[in-house]
Every structure is written in structure tokens, then in C-alpha cells.
Design a protein around this ligand. Sequence first.
Ligand code: ADP
Ligand code: MG
Length: 307
Amino acid sequence: MKAVVALGGNALTGRDRRADIQRQFDATRRVAASVARMIRNGWHIALTHGNGPQVGSLLLQQKMAAHEVPPMPLHVLGALSQGQIGYMVQQCLRNEFSTQGIRREIATIITQTLVDGNDDAFTNPTKPIGPLYSEEEAEAMKTLYPMGKVEGGWRILVASPRPASIVESGVIKELMERDVIVIAAGGGGIPVVRKGDELVGVDAVVDKDLASQKLASEIGAEILLILTDVPHVFLNYGKENERALRDVGSEEMEEYLREGHFPSGSMGPKVEAALNFLKNGGREAIIASIESAWDALEGNAGTHIHE
Ligand code: ADP
Ligand code: MG
């Protein structure tokens, strides 16, 4: 069976957003152990992941070194972070496999996500990323990145357009069919738009859950497994009457989404991704905690969403 497994922001860094490389490798090793379990049980998987902490650090480095080295645009930083995280996952997985005697190849695909240049998101960038800047710094940064006023100062504010398609899904599918474990669509993929016959990178951020769904649908995966830092999707999350969802039909889930149980900055896109996946022929979408990945696939943990 084919699954796309989407790893949340904490999975590869731990909870500390400023985690040094040792901590990032420690977190990645834990993920590798549960991926190995899926592989041993015959799953074909593509791993996708967030890149918020890594791109945040890269942005800070661009800012601090701007007088020495030309700062790179956001789409290039997206590519850098995919490379960094891909390297960590490839190495940790390979080491885990060799301990367990598993013989499988692993490859990271630098992935571009096609978005529509006319997407409404571009007229109203809303997603703050990277460090806080002073008014003075923000003024200097404006030539490079779109800046916006937020509480406490200025931040880079980018558009979060919807993914239209995953440029590299053909090669990802081919590799999976040859039993290769693929790491792809990191950080939602590098957003690109079509200009005439060419693709051009844009400074935007595609939601990693929505991009993972696109990939899952385009490669014909049966399962979309979204791993995050909560064990279930909850109704009335954080309130006294909160209730964990375990097994839900898509119509019922759509109803809860409309009722406003899932905020757009966190659980909303996961639920939306799950529903889109089912509409596009997916068998089941699962939202679960990283620790429970295997139990969730076995049906014993997480929130399972089906037709
Ligand atoms: P990720 O990095 O995995 O994408 P997010 O922070 O974007 O993580 O989303 C997961 C977070 O969503 C949880 O930590 C939780 O605080 C929040 N959340 C909001 N609403 C809900 C809900 N209804 N059920 C469960 N978690 C929710
Ligand atoms: Mg998120």
C-alpha cells in the first residue's frame, strides 16, 4: 500500500524552535525508527515535512549577513531547507535500516509546487514568517521581502496560495513504484508560477498539509497520514467539553469544519487536506501524533476520516 506521511513542524526539531543540529538529528532519529516500522510492514511511503524552524533560521542568517553576502529570496531558502532536512532524514533512515537489516533506497526530491499567480492570497499576504524586525530594519528589508506590521515590530508577511499541482509528482511516483522511499514536498514545496512556458519561483509559502494532499492524490496513494503534536482531532478543542474524534465520515467532518472547530492556522488545513484527499479518490486520511504513527496506521490511534 502507498501512503504519504506528512510530518509536522515539531517532528524534526523537537519542541524548541531554536534547536541546534544535534537536537534536530535526535528528533529525526525518532521519526526514522517509526518509518522503519512502516517499511518492515510492507508500506510504500513518501515523507513530506514542514520547514518553519529551518527557514526561520535561514531568514535570520540572511538578515545578519546582508552586508557581506547577498541575501537569498524565500524560494531559494525553501530549496535550501529541503536539502538540509532531506539530508538528515536520508542519513537517519539509512542508519536505522542498516541496524535493522532493511535494504531499501532513500531519495530526497527537491520539489516545486505550482501555484496560480492570480490566487487571491497574493493580493493579501497574511502569513508571518521568520524573526521580528525593527522599523528601520524592515525598511531596508522591503526591497527583498514583503514586510508587514505585527505585534512587537515587523515581520516578513507572505502569501499562502493554494497548491495547484506538484511539479515533480511523476518522478516521485516512479521512485515509489521501484520501492524507493522518497522525501518530497518539504515545507509545502517551493512555490512556482507559470510565466509563459517557464516556471519561476515566488516568495510565498504553500501549506504543507494541502501540498501533501496534492502529492498523495497525484501519485494515487491510498492513505494520507498527517502526523502532528496532538493525538486526535478534537471538537471544542481546549474547552471543558472537548471531545476526541476517532472515526469520522467526511460529511460529518465537513460539518464540523463549517462550524469552526478547526482554526485556519493549525488544524484547519489538515482537515481540509483530509477531505480533499477523500474527494480525489483517497481511501482514508488519518491525523495522529508522531509517537502513535504505527498504531494509527493499524487503526488503533488517531482520527480516521473516510467517505
Ligand atoms: P504542525 O506543525 O503539525 O502542522 P500545527 O501547529 O500547525 O502543527 O497544528 C497542530 C496544532 O493544532 C495542535 O498543536 C493544536 O494545538 C492545534 N489545534 C487547533 N484546533 C485543534 C483541534 N480542533 N483539534 C486538535 N488540535 C487542534
Ligand atoms: Mg501546521
